[in-house]
Design a protein around this ligand. Sequence first.
Ligand code: RAM
Length: 902
Amino acid sequence: MQNSQHLVQAPIKLSVGEGFYNPIGYYEPMPRFSWKIHPESLSQSQSAYQIQVASNMFDKNSADIWDSKKTLSAETSWIKYEGKALSSRQGVYWRVRFWDEQMRVSNWSKPQSIEMGLLNNQQWQGKWIRHPEANESYVREYEGNIVKNALYRPQYLRTEFRVKPGVKKARLYITSKGVFTSFINGTKVSADVMTPGWTPYLKRIETLTYDVTSLLTDGQNALAAIVAEGWHTGRILSPEPREVKPSALLLQLEIEYLDGSSQTISTDKNWKASIKGPIRLASNYDGETYDENYKMPGWKLAGFDQENWLDVITDDIESDLALQPKRHTAPTTKAIIDAIDIIAVDNPQAGVVVFDMGQNMLGVPEVHIPALANQKITIRFAEALEHNRFYTKNLRSALATDYYIPAKSGIIHYIPTFTFHGYRYVEISGYDQTKTPDLSWVKGRVQHSDFDVTASFASSHNKLNKLSENIVWGLRGNFLDIPTDCPQRDERLGWTGDAQVFSAPSMYMADVYGFWSAWMQSIREEQDTNGRIPNFVPTKQNKHTKGASSGWGDVAIIVPYELYQLTGDTQILAENYTMMKGWLDFHQSNANKHISSMDSFQDWLQPHSQRTGKWEKLRGDTPRKLISTAYYARALDYISRSARVLGLEQDANQYSEEFRRVKKAFRETFYDNNLMAKTSSTQTSYLLPLAFDLFSVEDAKKAQQHLLDEIARADNHLRTGFLGTPLLAPVLQKIGRSDLMYEILFKESYPSWFYSINNGATTTWERWDSYSLTDGFSDESMNSLNHYAYGAVAKWFYEGILGIRPSSPGFKTITIEPQFTTHLSHAKGGYMTPQGEVIVDWKIHNSQLSMQVVVPKNTSATIVLPEETYSTLRLNRHSLVSANALVNLAPGSYDIAAKLDL
Ligand code: RAM
C-alpha cells in the first residue's frame, strides 16, 4: 500500500487570496494560494506541498509559469506565489499536491484558474461617458409635497458594433461613477446589484469583469447600460445635494477570435445617451420611480432607432484616480422570501394594503400587482408597526418610497434596480381596487455582498437560537458592499466603531474575510496625513468631517489584528501596518503623559445613562479619557504583537514599552488603591482593562470584584453600550464566571438581548430599548431595528458556548473549552477554519455529558473540560487515565462522555 502514489486524496477547496474560487477579474498580481485536505482522507496532516502554475490546463504537464517544487511546510493557506507578477487579463491554471505525515504524496488537485482583471488605468482605452444633463438634479414630489432632496436622472447609454463569426472569448470590463447595470443584446450581463460598490471614489473605483462570450452574436450587437446616482452622486446623510461630479460609465468589451484577431469596444464619443428612460429617478435613501410610459422598446437591441438620443459627453480618466479590479464579491440577491401576512392596520385607508415579510431585511421588493393605467402605485417600507400603524419616522429624511406608473391596466411585475431598503413591512397603494390583495403580490429579495452565510449555532433554547438567527440577519442586513450601521434610514454608513466590534464575530457566521480586507483598503485611503481615521468610511466625499473617536478609529488596528488571529494570514497585517502606525501616531498626538484625551462616542447608547443633554446622554457614563486611554493601550498592545509577527522587532519592543507605560498611567489615573474607578464606576470601566489586560494579576482580581458588584447592582443585567457589550462574555469567561454571562444573556427584561426578542425583534437593534410591542419606537431620531453592534455577542456562542477558539493564529492549534450551563441541555455548531471544519456538539442529560468533536485535518486540538469530569471521563468509549489524553488531539472524530453535575 505504501508504495501506491494514489491513495492519498488530492487537496480540495483550492482558493486564491481571501477565499476566491476560479476568479475572473482578479485583483492580486502575486496571488496567495490555499487548499484543504479532504476531511475523509487517510492523511492527517501535511508535511510538504508543491504548487504549479501554468498557462495551460496541465495537459502538457508543464508548469511553465511557476513551480514551487516540493516545499517542506505544514502550511495549507496563504502560500505566496513567487513567480513573475501576473499581468492584466492574464489567465493561468494552478494545482497543488501535498505530502502527508508519512510522506505519501497525494494526487494532484484538479486544475483551478485565475484570470486577472485590468490592473491599472493604462489598460483602459475609453473615457468616462455621460448624458449632457447628467449633473442636473431634480426634486421629487412625495405624498403631494415637493421634497428638497436632489435626485439625478438615471442615464441610459448605448452603442452598437459588429461581431464576425468565430468568437473565442469575450470579457466586459466595466465600472461607473454611480451604480450601473449593463446589457448585451438585451440580456442582463450580471445579477450583481449596486455595482461597482462604494469606495473612496475620488481615489479609487473598483472595476468588474464579466465573461460575456455567450451573449454575443454574429453580426450586429448592442451594448447598453443604465447608470444611476448610487453613493457616488446621491446624497449622503443630509438632504443637501453634495458638490459631486456627475455619474458616468466606463467600459471596455474585449473580444478574442479563434483566428487570433481581437476587437475592443469602449466607451467613447460614439455612444448615445438618454435620460428619458422608464427609471425616472433612483436614490439609495429615497427609492426609485419607474414610469412605464417612458419605456423604450428595443433600446437594448441592435437596430434601435436612437434618433432622439443625444451624443454623450466624454471625460478623461483622472490620473489621480485608481481603477482597480473589485477585490471582493459584489452584492447580489441572495434569497427571495415570501410575505407571511397581510396586516389589518388600525387606520385602514381605502386602497392601502400592508404586507408583513416576517423578517426585517435589506433588499428590494418584487411585486406582482394588478394595476390600472396611469394610476401611480406607491410602495413604502417600514421596519415595524407602531400601535398597529405603518411607521416610517425612524427613517428620518430617507423617503424610502418606490413609485410605479403603469402605462396600461393589468398585472405589473416590478423589481427596483437602483435602490435598496431596510424593512419588514411593505405598504402598497394605488393598485386596482377591484382586486383583493393576496400574499403573492410581494416577495422580498434579500441582498448583500455575495458571500456564504455559514452560521451553524443551535442549542436546546429557542430564544437563544432566535437571537443567533437575528444576529445573522443583522449581518445580512448590513453587508451591502461595505459594513454599515443600518440599512434603512438616511445613514447606512460604514461606521468604524460598529465594524470594529462586529468584524471578528462576523467571521464565525459568514465567509467575509474578503469583504473586510477590501473595506480596510478604503480605510487606508481615507486616513488623514496625521493618522486620523474618519468616523465612517468611505467618508463624505469633498466634505471631510474632521472628527475622530477612540473605539471607532481603532478599527484600523483591531480589525487587521483580530482577522489575523482567525485566519493566520500575515498579509492583512502587512497591508495595513503603515496605517496602524499612523493611527497610533494620532493616538499619541492626543495623549499627554500617556493619558489620552481623544474625542469619543464612548460607550455609545449605554442604557440607564446618568448624563443629561441629548448627545452627552448617548455616550454613557464611562469617562471619555478612561475609554480613550484604554483603547490607546489596546492599540499599542495589538500593534506591538503585529510588529512581532511581521519580524519588526524594534517596533515591537518600542510599542510594548509604551504599552507598559500607558498601562501604568491608566491604572494610576483612573483607579484608586482598591481598583475602584475614581470618577464613575460602571461595568465598562472594569470590562475595558480586564478585556485588554491592562492590570497586574492582583489588581485584576480586585477590579473583577468591582465588576461583579456593578453587575449585581444591576440585578445581573448589562449596563453597557457599543464598546462595553462585546467585552462582557470574554471577560466573564476569563474570570471563571460564564455562569454570570449566561444569567445576563438569558435575562428577559430590559436591558437584555431577549427583551428585543420578547418584543418581536427579527434582527439586532441599535438600542436596548429601541422598540416595544406596546409602546412602539422609543425614539425616532436615531433608532434603527437593524444594527449589528450588539450582535457581537455571537462570537461567544462559538468561542464560549461551543468553546471553539484558535490557540494559534489561523486555528493551526485549537482549544475547545465549552461553557456548560444548566440553561442549556444541548449546543452544537461548527466553524470553517482555514484547515477545515471544527465541529462541537454537546448534550447534558441526567448529569451525563456526551460530546462529539471533529478536529479538522492538519490541526490539533486540546479539549478543556471542567475538572470534576476527569474522574469519569471516557474518550471514544475508553476510560481516561488523565486529562492529558485530551491534549493535542490529532485530526478526527471524538466521542466524549463524563458525569457532569452542574
Ligand atoms: C450613529 C449610529 C452608529 C454609531 C454612531 C456613533 O450614527 O448609531 O451606529 O456608530 O452614531
